[in-house]
Design a protein around this ligand. Structure first.
Ligand code: SDX
Length: 430
């Protein structure tokens, strides 16, 4: 029997709305007919209680700290798969067979180079430009190189765009870093794995053979897996909204990168490391926590809290394990920032302010420490996040394009401005 919700209007009129159920997770009240039947809108700034779409890609249970990509727990994917397997899963819904994986890896590998003219595009940026600014610009510019060959309603064109973006993001990311350092760009090497190729493009130079460290490559590959997708977060919603107008995927992904840059979202890992550097050592944690609890300070514990997770972010647990592995591999087991982060986490998790608000470490709390240990500069942390999240953005964009329920996103508002009035000629104003 169809479930329904009944709304009683101020004039006493009652209206029923269908209640839809997912395979797991909260039901939704289908209010698409609300405005037509009542002349009223819902009001939900920040979309705290709003499902913007139906999706089969990623499921999060914030209370239990569960994250599933196409039904597989993130804890299992992070251990048993590599990033390109997870890319295949997110894009096509199933884990690949060995043959499917080999073909997929082959396609990605052979799209890693950029059009040579894009190299010159970088020179338009100041050397000290934030790499996220460069990334937004270069990814948006891909529209100029591929837009004419892209019919978003053609499944083959959508698939080629997906391969191009997943394959080229490591190359663009490494080039943004090299441009900052003044070192020459490194071309991709087709005989290397996706993450090893990225490490070489980041840290290799034409002067000597780059030595691959398998522990660091595996750690980076896991960081990519943990950041690959996350339901309808701010940047994914930005990509979907951009795509709903029919914009090409390169422009949509550039919009997603711009949104991810914010410190409340993907920029939190950069802000978290800056926060740890600012605190300095464990003796100052108490003073910092006092500042955070003082609303007037506007200071937040970066890397803590989440719109959905009201329990420990499962990605943060995996990131902390990766931290241990990398720091031990590099002989940095007693890294001062890691020890500070552990002390900060312990104090916060015992403090009523954080307990009452269900504020736990999120994916960004430890990711900065791991990346810093690998040698990635703080300014590159969000670029790495964008690199990893590109597959999630593309998978969600593709799902939206073929969703019969989808139409251009156009929210309404609660208007509280001036009512209609007449213009006074300028000579009579004031
Ligand atoms: C990501 O959505 C996603 O899935 C995002 C992401 C993904 O994979 O795409 O998971 C990636 O963005 C992780 C989040 C990274 N951001 C940070 O670490 C920045 C610090 N955290 C926040 O600013 C905050 O927690 C948010 C933005 C993440 C969530 O904010 P909400 O859900 O809007 O919650 P809120 O701001 O309304 O906070 C509720 C209360 C408030 O206090 P009261 O007004 O109730 O007294 O908790 C407080 C907030 O002041 N609070 C914090 C805090 N986060 C929330 N207080 C101190 N430090 C914090 N970090």
């Amino acid at each position: 029997m169809e479930k329904k919700a009944t709304l009683t209007l101020p004039d006493g009129k009652k209206i029923d709305f269908p209640v839809l159920s997912g395979s797991i997770g909260p039901d939704v009240v289908d209010i698409r007919a609300l405005y037509g039947q009542t002349g009223a809108f819902t009001y939900d700034p920040g979309f705290m209680s709003t499902a913007s779409c139906n999706s089969t890609i990623t499921y999060i249970d914030g209370d239990k700290g569960v994250l599933l990509y196409r039904g597989y727990p993130i804890e299992q994917l992070a251990v048993h798969c590599d990033f390109l397997e997870v890319c295949f899963l997110l894009l096509y819904g199933e884990l690949p067979t060995q043959k499917e994986k080999d073909e997929f890896v082959g396609m990605v590998t052979n799209h890693t180079m950029l059009h040579e003219q894009i190299n010159r595009f970088f020179t338009g940026f100041r050397r000290d430009a934030h790499p996220m600014a460069t990334m937004v610009g270069v990814v948006g510019a891909l529209s100029a190189f591929y837009h004419d060959s892209l019919d978003i309603n053609d499944p083959r064109h959508r698939e080629v765009a997906a391969f191009r973006l997943i394959a080229k993001m490591p190359t663009i990311t490494a080039m943004a870093y090299k441009y900052n350092t003044g070192q020459p760009f490194m071309y991709p090497q087709n005989n290397l794995s996706y993450s090893a190729n990225f490490m070489r493009m980041m840290f290799g130079t034409p002067c000597e053979e780059y030595r691959i460290n398998d522990v660091l490559v595996r750690a980076l590959d896991r960081i990519f897996i943990l950041h690959a997708d996350h339901e309808q977060n701010a940047s994914t919603s930005t990509v979907r909204l951009s795509g709903s107008s029919g914009a090409n995927p390169f422009a949509c992904i550039a919009a997603g990168i711009a949104c991810l840059w914010g410190p409340a979202h993907g920029g939190a890992n950069e802000a978290c490391l800056q926060m740890l550097e600012q605190i300095g050592d464990a003796s100052k944690v108490g003073e910092f926590i006092k500042q955070v609890k003082d609303k007037n300070s506007h200071v937040r514990l970066m890397g803590f809290g989440h719109r959905v997770y009201k329990n420990y972010d499962p990605r943060a647990k995996l990131m902390r394990e990766t931290c241990h592995e990398v720091l031990n591999e590099l002989g940095l087991a007693n890294d001062r920032l890691f020890e500070l982060a552990i002390a900060l986490e312990k104090i916060a998790l015992e403090d009523d302010y954080f307990v009452e608000r269900k504020l736990y470490p999120n994916v960004d709390f430890y990711s900065g420490i791991v990346q810093r240990a690998i040698g990635i500069p703080t300014s590159m942390f969000t670029c790495i996040f964008a690199l990893a999240r590109t597959v999630g953005w593309i998978a969600q964009w593709k799902e939206m394009i073929v969703d019969p329920d989808q139409k251009i996103g156009r929210p309404r508002q609660l208007y509280q401005g001036k009512t209609q009035r007449d213009v006074t000629p300028i000579g009579k104003r004031g």
